[in-house]
Design a protein around this ligand. Structure first.
Ligand code: FE2
Length: 259
């Protein structure tokens, strides 16, 4: 079984690149399930129309992160559509779900979306304890478990990789928008990568126009951040998993840059 995960789609350029390339890549890698992080589709946040566009581009599941509530019109969509996830360890009264079980090649795949706590200012619940609860709650209901940890600190993501080693087939990070070169299979068989990177403009600071980011760091008067333009790339990873054992056989880092 091949699970293709795609890093944070940033703004209109990121979305258009996804629309141009995802179906080809999906075919090329023989993906059985495609999970796309969409929390930056609006720059910050995602609208229902953008979520529809990501599904139309070939995503099976959309995950989100700290910007989940920036476009409030997504709230009813989160409640109606079980294929879009927001971090599971947010306050329990909030709308939407943080995990779901989906069919892929006839197997039941549990996908979990977690958010880290380091440098995330809005006090999410402990993701380590939350993931234990989700796995326990779903015991016997899935064949393969996948966990996305949307977090800033590499330490928190690496620790999660070891914590879930042998319990999840794949653990991967999103949020920093910078792909890490540490893809590997952990000792007990979980595929792991600290961050899969972003999908959007290459000549940008995490998707934002460089001059605007520089102005902010210089302490100049700044405008509302805009997504950069020009050449794009798609960051992601493909996990090859033996669904019978729930063990990962191969992790391939994807950096697709249109020539
Ligand atoms: Fe984020």
């Amino acid at each position: 079984m091949k699970i293709f995960v795609v890093g944070d789609v940033v703004g209109k350029p990121g979305l258009q690149y996804l629309q141009r390339r995802l179906r080809t890549l999906k075919r090329q890698y023989g993906a059985d399930l495609v999970i796309v992080n969409g929390e930056n589709a609006s720059g910050v946040g995602i609208t229902p129309a953008q979520a529809d566009d990501i599904f139309d581009a070939g995503a099976d599941v959309i995950t989100l992160g700290n910007h989940v509530w920036n476009k409030r019109q997504i709230v009813p969509y989160l409640e109606e559509n079980c294929y879009i996830l927001r971090p599971a360890n947010l306050a329990p009264q909030l709308p939407g779900e943080g995990w779901g079980v989906y069919d892929a090649a006839g197997w039941r795949v549990l996908v979990m979306n977690l958010i880290g706590r380091c440098e995330m200012a809005f006090g999410p619940d402990n993701p380590f304890l939350a993931v234990d609860r989700i796995l326990k709650q779903n015991q016997g209901q899935y064949d393969v478990a996948i966990c996305e940890i949307h977090a800033g600190a590499t330490s928190e993501k690496i620790a999660m990789g070891f914590y879930l080693d042998g319990r999840c087939a794949a653990v991967y990070g999103t949020h920093t928008h910078v792909q890490t070169a540490d893809e590997r299979i952990n000792p007990k068989g979980s595929g792991y990568i600290t961050d899969i990177g972003m999908t959007g403009p290459i000549w940008s600071v995490l998707g934002v126009k460089p001059e605007q980011s520089i102005a902010m760091f210089r302490g100049d008067l700044t405008e509302y951040f805009q997504t950069a333009e020009g050449e794009c790339a798609l960051g992601g990873a493909v996990f090859t998993i033996d669904p019978a054992s729930g063990i990962c056989e191969q992790v391939e880092r994807i950096w697709d840059r249109e020539q």
